[in-house]
Structures are given as C-alpha cells and as structure tokens.
Ligand binder design. Structure first.
Ligand code: FAD
Ligand code: SIN
Length: 533
C-alpha cells in the first residue's frame, strides 16, 4: 500500500519528479523493481496537473500517422528529428489506451473518444477531459502509484545536485550518476538518495520569464543539475510562448486553452473588433501554430500600444461554450467575465521549454546511470516549436522508454558505492533573503524584456552580461549559506537563463520560436544548438 515514506535507504530506481513523465516511468518500472519518487513541494505541483487542452493522438479513421507527423514537423520548422517524431506519434494510441485503463475519464461522444482541435493540427485529434485534462491525468497516475506496493512517494524534497563518482568515498573521476542530494523542505536537512538508475523528470524552466503559464516550481532544476553533471543540453533558445494567457492584474498565469480557438474562438483588436490574424496568416488564421499567433499578438500589442487583445467565442451557443470549457468559464465568471457573452482579454506568456537535456530514443542522457523524460528533455520531437498537445504525449512515451531501457539493462547496473555525506559546513542561515528575492525578480524581468518573443543580438548580449554579474553574486551566496529551496531554485534559474541566452546567441537565423531582428531569414540547414558542458 502507498507510502509517502521517509526511509533513507537505497532503492532500485530513483525517479525525480511526480508529473506525467516521472509517474509513467515509475509505474512501468514497479512490476519489476522498487522505485522511489521524489518531488519538490507537493506531488501535484508540476505542469501536468495544470494541462488544459489534452493529448494528441491519431484515433479518427480519417486521420493518419503521416498527417500527425507532418503537422508536428511543420510546427517545429524542420528542426525536429523525424525518427523521434515517428517513434512518439506511432505510440500515441497505445498511451491513450493505458490512460483509459488507469481510469482517466476522457470525454466521449457516443462510444468513441471526443476529439477536439488545436492550432497547427490538420485534424481533430486531441483527447481531453473537458478543459482540465491534466488534473484528470495527474490524479489517475498518482492513484495508481499510491496503490503500488513497489513505489514509494516522497514529496517535499528539493533535489540539489546529482551524486556522481566525484562524491564516492573512494574518489573516481568517472561521471556515473548514483542518485541525488535532496533538501528535506520540512527539516532543512540534506539527504542522500541512492539507486542503480536515476530518471530525471523535473519539467521545464518557464519561471525564468516574468510572465509564464507554468507553476511556481518550473525553475529548470533538472536541466541545470544534468548540465552540472556533464550532460549536453540543446535548443534552449526554443522557449514557447502561448498566445492566450488571461490578462488580469491579479491573476497573472491563467491559461485560456488553445481549444477555445480550436472550437471557433476569434482573436480581435480590442478597439476595432477586427480579426487581425488575417494580416499574418490568412489561411490558417487563429489556428496557425503558436509561434505565429503569439508573434502576431505581440505585434498588435506593440504597434497599437495595447495592454491585451480579445479572444472571443461568444458567437457560439451558450451551452456549447459552457459544455466545452466548464473550468475556464467558472474561473472567468469569478473574475467578472462571462465568456458566453463577452470577449476574454489575453496576452502571450511563456508556456513550454522545447529545449533541454539531450536524450536518445531509450531516454538515455550522456551521463551513465541517468535517464530523462518529459519537458526537461530535448528528444527531437518538438524541433523549433512544439505542436499543441504533443507534450503530455512525449512524457508518456519517453517515461515508458526510460523504464524499458533500465529493465532491459538491469543486470549491468551496479549497486551504488559508498557515498560521502553532503558537506554540512555551510551552517549559517542567510540573513539577507532580500538578495534572493531581488535576483529572482531581476532575472525574470530581463529575460522577458531582452530574451522574449522578438529578440536582437544587442538585447541578448545585455542579458548575457547581467547573467555574468548575477552568477558571481549567487555563487558567493550559495557557497556561504545553508541551502533553501528558494536559493536552490535561484541558482538553477540563473543556469537555465544562461543556457537560453547562450543558445539564442549561437543561432544566426530566425526559426520557429527563435525570432531575431538581426537574422530574420531561415538558414538553409536546420541545425540543433547543442551546448557541451
Ligand atoms: P511536470 O509535470 O512539470 O512535473 C515536474 C515534477 O518535477 C514535479 O513533480 C516537480 O515537483 C518535480 N521537480 C522539479 N524540480 C525538482 C527538484 N529540484 N527536486 C525534486 N523534484 C523536482 N501539454 C499538453 O500536451 N497538453 C496540454 O493540454 C497542455 N496544457 C498545458 C497547460 C499549462 C497551463 C501548462 C503550464 C502546460 C501545459 N502543457 C500541456 C504542457 C505539459 O503540461 C507539460 O509539458 C508536462 O505536463 C510536463 O510534464 P513533466 O512530467 O515533464 O513535468
Ligand atoms: C492548451 O490547452 O492550449 C495547452 C495545450 C498545450 O500546451 O499543448
């Protein structure tokens, strides 16, 4: 029975993160080996629980894998890896079957699953649970994990850094990962968690931007940890901005799902009521891929000095709107907006980290002993811009792939060696929490202003020099004081910012999500930006 345990003993496999990727891996491993799942804060604190629109899969007789592959690669502006795209898309129906078996109550129309539509998709192919798919998926995965005797769930643990050969009692220069040092958020004590294999599933780095739809904990921890342990990171400049985040002075990160546009919503100039997408993508209009729509809204806002644009679905019947979007309808009513009668004020906001830790089709990273899955990775699926609702799908396919690869190589995975304890010499509590707050705010603001939807080399260089200054300050601070979750996150946020800016500076073209006024054209060849530690 389920264990929100606290034992500090070696498990067979350590999974870091309790979202879609982490729990999929844990559930696939658990019939064979004992698994420990660690999570920062609560077990439902990742992006998975917040997903609205749904999961893309070819399920309709009129749809084909080839169409889904093509849509994914058109959105990704040719930077996708075709083999990975095929690998994921062909496994999508199987992933949906497994979720149905776990009891995810997907919407149905008569006997078939109801399929909605989102930007960039040439067919209706998004399975969903109303407009709160993520919560239903997170709950079903968590219940299955809680019920499994071989899975121990340990929330309230902020992982700090991987334990590698450098931390062995008998020093070794090799780079294998043996587990992780993690802060117990309640006691302030740093624990060692050891295992034969570690799966990283820590989600994205969205909170590096001032405006983001992502939850508070999306600070790029796993990407920064893997980078420090020697893993390559790629395409970090490909930060996705969702076109339609609610504009509200009090509620800053509430997403208005793309399915609102999929079900007929129009984007309008708030003063003239004009459908401005006709000027940017007259064929696809509101259903163009996200990078195109987000840039169009950004352009309207800047050109006309607006605070927001309007997203309007009030021309659809009231029952239809309420029926499709019950969560959003309810939330907006609470804020005084009736979306069945009024337009919704929206702005673009950071939404998804397309880049991340480089993995192969078996979810292996460059570092022996370390697998990774989900938003913290760059698998080749998304290329220069993720197609809507392909992200949860990637979590299921790569979470499963990591588990199968670990089990297939189980006999070759050694038991962890004796490991040094965490260096407890930093025992002084910080007396200047204001430094952390100030730096958090500063990073998020300059990343928004200098490394946002439209970039220039000069702005990127400005951001790079701010990062250099802050790095010294944060490292001094990190070296001097007892670690806290805020300090760990700040260090990682800064590392993620540096990876984004360095990647953006290297890309001398505009492709997908990376748009720079200095290199507005597409280069002849699509190349990943791979950073090597
Ligand atoms: P997450 O679900 O983010 O989980 C990360 C886990 O890692 C958490 O448990 C967290 O606590 C843990 N963690 C992080 N750092 C540490 C640390 N230092 N130590 C220990 N644990 C740590 N995608 C779709 O496909 N369809 C959608 O409809 C959709 N809608 C979205 C709506 C919103 C508002 C957002 C923000 C995203 C949406 N996405 C959607 C994207 C999708 O939800 C995410 O990409 C996906 O859920 C990521 O899953 P994950 O398992 O990789 O990470
Ligand atoms: C949305 O519902 O618009 C988000 C879908 C996604 O991020 O894939």
């Amino acid at each position: 029975m389920a264990k929100h345990g606290g034992r500090n003993e070696p498990y067979d496999v350590l999974v870091i993160g309790s979202g879609a990727a982490g729990l999929t891996a844990a559930l696939a491993l658990a019939p064979s080996v004992r698994v420990l799942v660690l999570a920062k804060g609560s077990l439902t604190g990742g992006s998975t629980a917040w997903a609205q629109g749904g999961i893309a899969a070819v399920l309709d007789a009129g749809d084909t894998f080839e169409d889904h592959i093509r849509d994914t690669m058109v959105a990704g502006a040719g930077l996708n890896d075709r083999e990975t795209v095929e690998f994921v898309i062909e496994r999508a129906p199987q992933s949906i079957d497994r979720l149905c078996e776990l009891g995810v109550p997907f919407n149905r129309e008569e006997h078939a699953l109801h399929l909605t539509r989102e930007g960039g998709h040439s067919h209706r192919r998004i399975v969903h649970v109303d407009d709160a798919t993520g919560w239903a998926v997170q709950s079903a995965l968590l219940k299955a994990a809680e019920d499994h005797p071989n899975i121990t769930l340990l929330p309230g643990r902020t992982c700090i850094d991987f334990i590698t050969d450098r931390h062995r009692e008998a020093f070794s220069a090799a780079g294998r990962v043996w587990g992780v040092y993690a802060l117990d958020e309640a006691s302030g004590h740093v624990e060692r968690h050891l295992a034969r294999a570690t799966v990283l599933a820590t989600g994205g780095a969205g909170r590096v931007y001032q405006f983001s739809t992502a939850p508070r904990g999306a600070t790029g921890d796993g990407i920064a940890m893997a980078w420090r342990a020697g893993a390559r990171v790629s395409n970090m400049e490909m930060m996705q901005f969702h076109p339609t985040c609610l504009y509200n002075l009090d509620v800053k990160n509430f997403l208005i799902t793309e399915a609102v546009r999929g079900e007929g919503g129009h984007l309008l100039h708030p003063e003239t009521g004009r459908r401005f997408m006709v000027d940017y993508d007259p064929e696809r209009m509101e259903l163009a891929p996200r990078d195109v729509v987000a840039r169009a809204i950004d352009d309207q806002i800047k050109r006309f000095g607006l605070d927001y644009v309007h997203l309007d679905i009030s021309h659809q019947p009231e029952d239809f709107v309420r029926g499709h979007f019950p969560t959003i309808h309810e939330k907006l009513l609470g804020l005084g907006i009736d979306m069945t009668k009024q337009p919704i004020p929206v702005v673009p906001a950071q939404h998804y980290t397309c880049g991340g830790v480089v993995v192969d089709l078996a979810a292996r990273t460059d570092v022996p002993g370390l697998w990774a899955a989900g938003e913290c990775t760059e698998s080749g699926l998304h290329g220069a811009n993720r197609l809507a609702s392909n992200s949860l799908l990637e979590c299921f396919v790569f979470g499963e792939a990591a588990a199968q690869d670990i089990l297939a190589h189980w006999d070759t995975l050694e038991a962890p060696p004796a490991i040094l304890p965490w260096d407890e010499s930093r025992v002084t509590d910080s007396d200047e929490e204001v430094v952390i707050k100030q730096n958090w705010t500063e990073i998020r603001r300059f990343m928004w202003n200098y490394v946002g939807i439209v970039r220039t080399t000069k702005r990127l260089e400005r951001a790079a020099s701010r990062i250099e200054l802050l790095k010294r300050e944060v490292e001094d601070y990190y070296g001097a004081f007892r670690v806290t979750t805020d300090l760990i996150e700040l260090r990682n946020l800064l590392q993620a910012a540096e990876l984004i800016v360095q990647s953006a500076l290297r890309r001398k073209e505009s492709r997908g999500l990376h748009y720079t006024l200095d290199y507005p054209a597409l280069a002849d060849e699509a190349k990943d930006t791979v950073l090597v530690p």
